[in-house]
Design a protein around this ligand. Structure first.
Ligand SMILES: [Zn+2]
Ligand SMILES: [Zn+2]
Length: 608
């Protein structure tokens, strides 16, 4: 008696006194993971309570979920096969734990095809056809989940489901590689049996044996093909998981405090580890129907903004538009006589074309000419069509009047009582507008309250009705935003640039982005772009800008990332029906099929 087993398959041979094979048994073990139409990810984790450590993930899966798994749309099948054969042509096959579908598949196959009872492996090549169908189903159902996900990508938000698909996809690949090894072992056992038995001596016998062997080889190639397909599935889903292809809106936060405000307007925030590029984490999430990725500048200024935009565009290739959202200095008033608008701290400025400029200009870009005047060369690209339409709709619908206060309230509710107050409206008493010639007395770090004379300030009420605001009801202004590399600006310089270029807002980043990328700039006003800096308004201005940007996004039609690029992984290959018709010899002696106790199915062939 010879015995060989590798844990997944094995065989015994009994010889008679002439050293010829009298009877032969072999067994094998196959695991397959199946997913069903309605995959429902678990949102809680049940710890695995066990003393033995699971050799791999899928065993842990069984231990954790057990039969309960069916409820979540998937199941493991650990199938066992045992075959007894003897020289007189008796074949007995026991199948353990087959899915009901495979049982009927196998019974149908045996009804349609003759079994060659002179080879112990002929029957198994039929069984393995049924197994191949199971593996095929596993791979293609994963593929279908992915295709559905890709098709719905722009609306899809259930990332639990995505992770669930990925998990099963990995399991399917693992079971396929084990199955390939097992079937290859069976093929080798058959090969050995064939060369070592006297049955191969007859010509007719030899021809039949070849048929079984080539059947196994065909099945192996098929399994290997499935494994490749399964690996391609996993790569595709990894692509979805890393999310980088989802984002269609790039949101630039020049400062960390502006990023924190941006975080508060996300309707959903994605796990940090899933939104990264070149070892840098970004803040990713959903705002309404938009997938938004938020980056914060490594260094301030025009070049810092330009570098960030370039990186984000490379790492998140479907970004269609950028929003630059942060705090800035504003002019106290603008507009023609008789229609003057007042800007107060906490108000928001959205870049919009005015005069000769498309919304953003760089006022320190140019060549110095005689009399110390800059010859202006700082015109930048305008705002592209869709984005401009969104700005116009936003303006026309007066979104800010009703929604910004509501968004500000929602933002605060995401924070605990203590942190919430950092986004409170500081109110009119802390809104100090100094006269144009009164220069800040202290250092850059000193608050005006300590160093500057309040007698030189004009209060909101002194500025008239146009400057009075209800608490938490900032106004949104539309006009040119002036960028420069220089932070410090005097009231006199501010007024000059305002007059010359119709700029109403001063900052240090926008021109760096607009030079290369379509972008709208949203700035919460935290000071009056003069020498008096005031940290007290920074958080609130960052919050009003973020709330306003959220409103602007609600006016922008969603862009389907899928239509932006040809997905590298997507394939037009359709699932073609496989041919399962395998011809067998005509040595059929009939079969009986029956169910035994429990979940053991037995098939009994031929017989002497
Ligand atoms: Zn001051
Ligand atoms: Zn100009």
């Amino acid at each position: 008696m010879y015995l060989q087993s590798n844990g997944f398959s094995g065989y015994d041979i009994w010889l008679d006194q002439n050293e010829e094979v009298e009877s032969y048994t072999y067994w094998s073990h196959f695991t397959v993971k199946q997913t069903h139409d309605k995959l429902k990810p678990k949102r809680t984790f049940t710890p695995h309570v066990s003393n033995h450590s699971s050799p791999d993930d899928w065993n842990a899966d069984i231990a954790i979920h057990g039969l309960e798994s069916a409820r979540y749309g998937w199941g493991w099948y650990e199938m066992g096969f045992f075959t007894y054969w003897n020289r007189s042509g008796l074949i007995m096959l026991l199948c353990f734990d087959l899915p009901a579908k495979s049982q009927s598949d196998i019974q149908t196959m045996f009804g349609l095809q003759a079994i060659n009872c002179s080879c112990p492996y002929a029957i198994f090549s039929l069984i393995s056809d049924a197994l191949l169908r199971l593996y095929d189903d596993s791979v293609w159902s994963i593929r279908n989940y992915i295709s559905q996900w890709e098709a719905r990508r722009s609306q899809e938000t259930d990332y639990f489901l995505l992770h669930e698909i990925a998990r099963h996809g990995v399991h399917v690949s693992e079971t396929l590689s084990v199955a390939t090894r097992s079937l290859d072992a069976i093929r080798q056992h058959h090969e050995r049996f064939r060369t070592n038995t006297d049955l191969v001596r007859g010509n007719s016998g030899h021809r039949r044996w070849d048929k079984v062997g080539s059947q196994f080889e065909f099945q192996l190639r098929f399994l290997e093909g499935l494994l490749q397909r399964s690996k391609a599935n996993n790569a595709r889903i990894q692509n979805e998981i890393t999310l980088n292809h989802h984002f269609t809106i790039g949101w630039i936060s020049p400062l960390p405090l502006e990023k924190e405000a941006a975080r508060l307007v996300l309707d959903e925030e994605y796990p940090q580890e899933e939104v990264q590029y070149q070892d840098t984490f970004y803040l990713g999430g959903r705002i309404g129907k938009h997938e938004v990725v938020i980056g914060v500048q490594r260094k301030t200024g025009l070049s810092g903004a330009a570098i960030l935009a370039e990186k984000m565009r490379a790492g998140f290739p479907n970004i269609k538009y950028f929003l630059l959202v942060g705090i800035a200095g504003g002019v106290p008033r603008y507009g023609p006589a008789g229609a003057v608008s007042e800007i107060v701290l906490g108000d928001v400025v959205v870049s919009s074309p005015r005069g000769n400029h498309g919304g953003v200009l760089q006022y320190d870009k140019g060549a110095w000419e005689g009399q110390g005047r800059l010859n202006f060369r700082g015109h930048t690209n305008g705002i592209p069509g869709d984005l401009m339409a969104a700005v116009n709709n936003f303006r026309a619908e007066g979104w800010s009047k009703t929604n910004i206060p509501a968004v500000l309230r929602q933002m605060r509710l995401k924070l605990d009582e203590k942190r919430r107050h950092q986004y409170d409206d500081p109110g009119p008493s802390r809104d100090r507008l100094f006269g144009g010639t009164y220069v800040h007395r202290g250092t850059e770090l000193d608050d005006c309250k300590e160093c500057c004379d309040a007698d030189y300030t004009t209060s909101r009420s002194d500025r008239g009705d146009g400057a009075t605001r209800l608490l938490d009801e900032p106004f949104v202004h539309f006009g040119n935003i002036a960028s420069s590399n220089q932070l410090q600006i005097s009231a006199i310089e501010r007024d000059r640039v305002q007059q010359e270029h119709e700029a109403i807002c001063f900052e240090m980043e926008a021109a760096g982005v607009l030079e290369e990328y379509p972008c709208v700039v949203v700035r919460g006003i935290c000071d009056y772009a003069d020498s008096h800096k005031n940290k007290g308004w920074q958080n609130y201005a960052a919050a009003t800008a973020a709330a306003c940007a959220k409103g602007l996004l609600s006016m922008l039609p969603a862009t389907d990332a899928a239509s932006r690029v040809e997905s590298v992984a997507s394939s037009s290959t359709q699932h073609t029906a496989q041919s399962w018709n395998v011809a067998f010899g005509n040595n059929n002696k009939g079969f009986q099929a029956g169910s035994f106790h429990g979940n053991i199915s037995g098939l009994h062939f031929g017989g002497a």
